[in-house]
Design a protein around this ligand. Sequence first.
Ligand SMILES: [Zn+2]
Length: 431
Amino acid sequence: MSEVTRTVVVKSTPLPRKLFRVFVELEGMYRNVVEQLVLYAARSGVTSFTKLKALKYGELRSLYPQLPSHYAYTACQDASTRVKSFFKRRKKGLARRDFPVVDRVSMWLDDHLWRMKGLTSIEIATHRGWVVIELEPHKQYWKYLNSGWRQASEAKVKLDKKNNRLIIYLVFKKITEAYRPRGFISVDVNENHVAVLVNGVVYLFETGFRDMVLGYYYRRKRVQGKYDKLYGVNCRVKRRIFRKLKERKKKSDLKWKLANIVVRVAKERQYTIVLERLGKNPGKEMINHIKDDQLRHRIYQASFKGVQRAIEEKAREHGVPVIYVNPKNTSRMCPVHNTKIVYSNGCRIGRCSKGGEIWHRDIAACYNLLFKARLGNGSNAPSLSGLNLDGSPMPLGSTATHDPTVVTKTQWARWKPLDAINKHKPIKMSI
Ligand SMILES: [Zn+2]
C-alpha cells in the first residue's frame, strides 16, 4: 500500500482591488515572518519544524497579533523546509550564496487557515477575518474531485499581482494497492528513445530528449551572447525570450504522456514494470561523450531520471508494481548466448560474437532487463538459462532481434494505444 499525492493548481476569479490588497498585506507579513525564521534557522542551525515553532512561536505571536495564529505554524514549516533544502544544496556545493534568500513566497495554509466552501469556492483566514474566494475550476480539478482522490488539509496560495488573482495549490491524496503481477514489461531508457518490451514485441518510442536539451542549450547561449552585451546579464527581454521557449513544460508533457502509455499497458495486462537501477551520478556511458558537466547532468535528468520518475509516479498511482535490475552490460551482451555483441563504431545494430545474429542495441537491452527480472535477483548474469530453450541457434525470429517497432514522437504524443500501432507492423517472438 502506498499513498500518492498530487497538487492541482486552480486560479481564483479576479479579485476586487480592495480585497486583493488584503492579500498583499497578508503576504507581506507572511514573508517577513518566513524571512526572520529562515535567517534564525540558518544562523542557529535549528532546522526542525517543532523546535523552530517551540522557540519562536511566542515571539511571532506578539509581533503579529493580528495574524491568525496558525500562520505562525505554517511559516515555521515553510522556513524549516527552505533551510533544510538550502543546507542540502550547500553540502552538494550547489548553493550560490552563503545564506538562504527568501525569494518567491507562497503562503502555506493548514486546516485552520482555509476550508472548501461548496465545490467552487474556498474560504481563507486573513488578518481581516475569513474571506470567500471564488475558484475557476477546470477539467483536471473536476477529475480529481470526482475520481476517488481525497482532498488534503494543506494548501498553498500565491499572488498573481498582474491579474489581481490568487493562485491556489490544492493537494489531493489517494491510497493505492499494487496487484499481483502476471508478467513483466521491461523499459530501457536512453538519451533519445525509450524502448518497451511487451509480450515479445519491442516498441521504440522516440523522445528526442538529448536533442531537445542540446537545442535549447545552444539557443539559450545565442540569446545570452546577444543580449548580455547589449542590456546586461539580468535584462527583461532575455527573460521573456527564455520564458517563451517553455523548455521545461515541453519536456515534462512528453514524459508524462510516455509514462501514461507504459503504465496503462502494464496495468491492462497486470504486469510488473522492469526498470534499470540508475546510479546517483550521470555516468551513463552513452552521454559520456558530452564534455560539459552541466549539460551532461541536464540530459541525464531529462532523459533518464525524468522518464523513470514519471513512470514510477504513474505506476504508484495505478498500483502497478515496479522492480529495478542492475543495468550492467544490458546492451552489450547477447541475451541468448551471454556473449559480447560487437557494435561497429556508433552503430545501434551489432552482431553477436558467438551466434552471429544481429541485435538492435535497445532490443538486446530490453531482453536482458527482462531476463534479469525473471532471475529475480538483478544479478549480472543475463542469460536464458532456466528458461526453456532447446539450444537452437536462433531462438528469436529473424527480424525480431534487430527490428523494433519504431513509434515516432508525433504518433505517440497523440495518444495511440499500442495495439493500433502494432497493426501495421507485427513482430513476433518465437521463444
Ligand atoms: Zn547471440
